[in-house]
Ligand binder design. Sequence first.
Ligand SMILES: Cc1cc2nc3c(=O)[nH]c(=O)nc-3n(C[C@H](O)[C@H](O)[C@H](O)COP(=O)(O)OP(=O)(O)OC[C@H]3O[C@@H](n4cnc5c(N)ncnc54)[C@H](O)[C@@H]3O)c2cc1C
Ligand code: SF4
Length: 474
Amino acid sequence: MSEQFDLVIIGTGAGGGTLAYALRNSGLRILLVERGDFLPQEPQNWQPVEVFDRRRYKPDETWYGADGKPFHPGVHYFVGGNTKVYGAALPRFRVQDFGVVEHEGGTSPAWPVTYDELEPYYARAEEIYAVHGSTGEDPTEPPRSGPFPFPAVPHEPYIDDLSVRLRNQGLHPFHYPMGIDLRAGGRCIRCKTCDGFPCQVLAKSESDVNCVRPAVESQNITLWTKTLAHRLLTDSTGKRVVGVELERGGEKLTVQADRFVVACGAVNSALLLLRSANDKHPNGLANSSGLVGRNYMVHNNTALMAVDPFRRNPTVYQKTMAVNDFYFRGPDFAYPMGNIQLLGKLQAGMLTAAQPLVPRPILQGMADRSVDWWVMSEDLPDPNNRIELRSDGKVIVHWKPNNLVAHRKLVEAARQMMRAAGYQFVFVQPMGIETNSHQCGTARFGVDPATSVLDPTCRTHDVENLWVVDSSFF
Ligand SMILES: Cc1cc2nc3c(=O)[nH]c(=O)nc-3n(C[C@H](O)[C@H](O)[C@H](O)COP(=O)(O)OP(=O)(O)OC[C@H]3O[C@@H](n4cnc5c(N)ncnc54)[C@H](O)[C@@H]3O)c2cc1C
Ligand code: SF4
């Protein structure tokens, strides 16, 4: 069986879904391919035990570390991809992030585009994802061509009080740009199960709701769910992709098109290119640089719980504030340290997976009295951190975290910040290989085909009608 389209987009997450939305009125006949189904709207969407302990929305898939240890990756195969469960924090990069940045652990190379070039696209994306934010609070914020589409998500009183405590330390806590539907008449009820959970009332700005559903209203866009892209096929020159082999409803079929976009997420996009090796591309499709799957990055991440045993934290929707005072440097550290942002309110059911030996009432007591942060630092591109596809289909993630001095400094700064704000106990939990929520870098973009997979428009250097449009390009 064979079908013909102008464009096939594989993957419906942040990259693929947003692209489909942007092209919905282009007149192109587009096929959107998604391995997962629509995520069901059901009570379990908001049940911590279902989502965290029972991993209800994660695939039954095992990847392996370089040491052979198995792990279950933090991926979500649904229409909307990882954005179904993401925290909906939607900040822009800072101007300096686009240039060469010297970190304690090495150099972050410049991107082949500037902030000014991307600014109009940021503005469009913020409209599509209904971003709520404010300006003038964070000294690191980049210039904008206009205000945020919607006013910032207000802090609840406990967080307002915390922001005063932080400002009293000379810090600049700011309202974090968020994509939740608090517009007049919007669907968001400000619940406590947002960050890490699917939204049961579809009020989170995510790719399924904000992009794919409106896109498929167009006559020109067809969505095939439960359809796995297995391999891309080229013509005899190897210069053009002519088809994609799919598995759909237990059947194999090939779809032909003029152009193809891979948007499967950084690991799965690399795997699809590697699986598509042929005699013209023996090391994987579009891989003459040898960089497909390499330079895998995920951020250095630590969850931090600050507990004041004498004060309950009644906040329901907690993820409204961030601190960037250590973003470019610290008080006694000349290198970037990173961003500190509030997490959605932690609950006992979210902690039991990480702390199985601690009795649940103790976890509940802590969660009732804690304020919770995500402490996040840059990691650096290292070609040895890579995705390997073994001949038996096994996925190996070679990952050795780097730039850790900066991260430890940031965790310590966050700890001191919360102690000074009156929290007697601060607990930290560094994230491991399975927390690959921020996976990126596996098909980096650049001007030189020897040192990058994609050109500055995310088209592959090697194959003229193939683009990779997801977090792989970072
Ligand atoms: C818990 C969590 C919290 C997060 N919080 C934030 C946040 O607050 N802010 C933020 O900016 N980012 C956040 N992120 C990260 C963000 O979700 C990702 O960076 C983003 O979704 C990446 O987009 P993508 O298009 O690269 O991949 P994805 O969104 O993962 O989409 C990939 C899609 O491709 C599909 N697919 C994969 N392989 C195939 C195949 N072979 N055939 C067909 N389809 C395939 C998948 O099913 C999926 O739908 C979070 C992520 C997680 C998991
Ligand atoms: S806070 Fe709003 S957007 Fe987030 S899950 Fe709850 S209702 Fe949905």
